[in-house]
Write a protein that binds this ligand. Structure first.
Ligand code: 3H9
Length: 703
């Protein structure tokens, strides 16, 4: 065994040279890995070996370029040089894949002459999720293996494809026996040599891309396909399609040049910077400054859910999907039956869409038991209450849970805004009480706000966060305050959206500005969807706001065909002349001259209050770090990923600019625009939100 560098070993086993990369955690192609590959192959070429196996230690094959190196000064060997060296080998090179071969990792493997993978391995080119394209030849080599159409699908979705499918596609040549990868790779290498198999260079082949030359329409068809709807606002998918067009129409080297040009454009774009930030932020959320490795995690093997409504049913599905049985309790059988029918409907739809079989639907439904009696929660490890937002009801429920549940059970509330401390006060064990705020639809939305109350124990926090991770959520630990993090900022935005209307802006102009910014919908479309009459009653209505006036006119939103918008029978909205008149009337009454509002002005008026509220949240230590706030907004409210979240967006704008605009708006509209003290401080120190050190959620008992 020869040590090549700190992450690379070379071993000669008779006629086979084995290069092993060992660079935890995921063998990313950092400069020392690239150098190790270069020196490893160079050293292997100098031996008598008649074949070379490239394999990785640890949990995975190379998982891609080292994302943290992007934007830094170039260091060490270039990846292109390493790949060219591998391809030029005069003896067969076999990539032996386990774990995941992703991005640059797969692109390295595609420069081997053959690939072998264990059945559990997966391959993918997920660069699109980082706002990038596969920039190490992937866009040119993949179409030459799988054809143009499949290559576009593969790279614009970033999907991780199981080894057996890779075998079918020709992406890998053989499957190894699980746990026997190295030996099987060596056997394969010896066989290839014995049989005199050619040194297959993907860059030389043309047969898979040739058909697309006669069907150039496939590119525009793909651009306007259903799958392409997800590309709105993202730059990388279009660049990937252009690269595949180049792979079809240009010689390999020219295609590579095109790929490099488009990769450079993307890697320097703000969209990719935001998406790379999100990649790391999604992993930061789990790091809790005051929860250590030694903090115990309580077992969560059974879960009780109170409420079979939309939230309760959706929450139940999360657990069942990862094999944790649930018991749902309701107050009457009808509600249970209705809730279960919705869950079954969701699973059956997934089955019809080919995600799993009908047997699997039955298996999952079999993991849900129902009851009309909370006494059935006596043995469950965690209870999640998901009833309507009424403090008295919640306190009564938690009082009962306190009597029924075993010691140590986690008692969680799914409230989206109520005070968890007050809920906990109904029990004799506030240390077991925590908020687990799921977002609707709970089986789909990835966001989970885990709310730490004053007395919640560290082990309960640890357990709730780990459980969130297990069920596939992006959790963020937050503190108790009205609306927690997400809804608190949403309220701030909503106040300003209403203020815009009062000044004469039309709801559809406000919504369009936010849609064009990248949101799925604007605040008034959201209102119409949720129902304008939430919290409104005819008896107490004063007609003082536009919303109240609309409700008084029985315009309650999509559900009755009229709200801010008029709706047709397919629930497609169009601007309503009635709303328009109302808006004009209110603006006139307030003495606001009729004028147009630009999209930039609207976005600024809606986003700045969110940023300011986010700063206050951070200052009060209701969030651990700015990027956690961004994760809540991306995963809970569809903030566009390519804008990185409100706090990242503020850093991109420059906090001095944000502060200056807030001060101007304060001068114009009053103290609701008063900048957060933290913002003033960061600007004075020349710092950004990203510079704010992660600190534990503030509770009276802590620091
Ligand atoms: C690319 O390849 C561009 C090329 O086409 C062109 C180049 C010219 N870099 O996710 P985990 C860290 S772009 C740096 O929790 P898992 C991660 O931050 C790349 N760091 O583990 C975390 O650190 P920490 C294309 C990376 O088992 C730790 O590793 N490739 C990278 O749940 C563990 O990660 C991708 O996009 C990286 N590439 O999942 C693949 N990857 O512990 C990105 C991970 O300090 N990676 N880290 O928080 C993944 O999808 C998952 O990490 C993977 C493992 C599936 C591999």
């Amino acid at each position: 065994m020869t040590t090549i560098n700190d992450v690379t070993e070379l071993e000669i086993d008779g006629d086979v040279a084995v290069i092993t990369i060992d660079s935890p955690p995921v063998n990313a192609l950092s400069h020392n890995v690239r150098d190790g590959l270069w020196d490893g192959f160079t050293a292997a070429f100098a031996t008598e070996a008649t074949s070379i196996v490239l394999i990785c230690a640890g949990r995975t094959f190379i998982a891609g370029a080292d994302i943290s190196e992007f934007g830094g000064a170039p260091k060490g060997k270039g990846l292109g040089e390493v790949q060219a060296l591998m391809e030029s080998s005069s003896v067969p090179v076999i990539a032996a894949i386990h774990g995941t071969a992703l991005g640059g990792g797969l692109e390295v493997a595609l420069c081997a002459h053959y690939r072998i993978a264990v059945p559990s391995a997966k391959c993918g080119l997920p660069e699109v999720h980082l706002g990038l394209l596969p920039g190490a030849g992937g866009t040119q080599r993949l179409p030459r293996i799988v054809g143009a159409q499949k290559a576009m699908e593969f790279m614009t979705s970033g999907v991780h494809v199981p080894a057996s499918d890779c075998l079918d596609m020709g992406l890998v040549d053989e499957l190894a026996v699980e746990g026997n990868l190295l030996d099987d790779a060596k056997t394969m290498a010896r066989r290839l040599v014995a049989e005199g198999k050619p040194l297959k260079k993907i860059s030389d082949s043309d047969d898979k891309v040739a058909p697309a030359r006669n069907t150039p329409e496939i590119f525009d068809e793909f651009r306007s396909s259903k799958a392409a709807r997800k590309f709105r606002g993202f730059k990388a998918p279009e660049s990937i399609i252009k690269c595949v067009e180049a792979a079809v129409n240009l010689p390999f080297e020219e295609g590579i040049a095109r790929e490099r040009e488009l990769f450079t454009e993307l890697v320097t774009s703000p969209e990719s910077a935001a998406q790379r930030y999100v990649f790391f932020a999604e992993r930061q959320v789990w790091k809790l400054p005051d929860v250590s490795r030694d903090t115990p995690e309580l077992p969560v093997e059974t879960v009780g859910i109170i409420g079979a409504g939309t939230m309760g049913g959706g929450i139940a599905m999360n657990f069942v999907n990862v094999g944790i049985p649930v018991t749902i309790v309701e107050t009457n059988q009808d509600a249970l039956d209705r809730g279960l029918a919705v869950v079954r409907g969701n699973y059956e739809r997934s089955s019809r869409n080919g995600r799993f079989s009908m047997d699997e639907v039955e298996r999952r439904m079999g993991m849900i038991s129902t009851s009309l009696d909370m006494a059935d929660f006596a043995d469950v490890d965690m209870v999640i209450e998901a009833v309507f937002e009424n403090m008295d009801v919640k306190k009564e429920i938690f009082g009962k849970l306190d009597e029924i549940c075993k010691p140590g059970a986690v008692l969680a509330s799914n409230t989206s805004a109520l005070n968890i401390d007050e809920i906990a006060s109904a029990t004799t064990r506030p240390e077991s009480v925590i908020g687990m705020h799921f977002f609707s639809p709970a089986n789909v939305m990835k966001c989970l706000e885990v709310v730490r109350a004053d007395h919640t124990s560290l082990e309960v926090i640890n357990t709730a966060m780990k459980t969130g991770k297990k069920i596939g959520k992006i959790g963020a630990l937050v503190g108790v305050c009205p609306g927690f993090v997400g809804n608190r900022m949403l309220f701030a935005r909503r106040v300003e959206a209403m203020a815009l209307l009062d000044e004469g802006a039309m709801p559809w102009d406000v919504d369009k500005a936010l849609y064009d910014f990248g949101f799925a919908m604007g605040p008034f479309q959201m209102s119409d969807l949720a129902g304008l009459d939430i919290g409104w009653s005819k008896e107490t209505s004063t007609g003082a706001t536009i919303r109240e006036r609309l409700c008084e006119l029985d315009r309650r939103g999509q559900k009755n065909g009229a709200g801010y918008y008029d709706y047709d029978e397919n629930r497609v909205g169009s601007p309503s002349p009635i709303t328009e008149e109302l808006v004009k009337e209110f603006a006139e009454k307030a003495g606001k001259p009729a004028r147009t509002f630009t999209a930039d002005e609207i976005v600024e008026r809606l986003v700045l209050p969110m940023i300011n509220e986010g700063a206050k949240i951070l200052e009060e230590r209701k969030a651990i770090r700015a990027s956690d706030i961004d994760m809540i907004w991306i995963n809970g409210y569809n903030w566009p990923v390519y804008r990185g979240g409100p706090m990242f967006h503020a850093d991109q704008m420059g906090l001095d600019t944000v502060l200056a605009r807030l001060k101007e708006l304060q001068a114009e509209f009053g103290d609701k625009w008063k900048p957060a003290a933290l913002l003033e401080q960061l600007v004075a120190e020349g710092k950004t939100f990203a510079d704010v050190e992660a600190k534990p959620i503030k509770v009276p008992s802590g620091s």
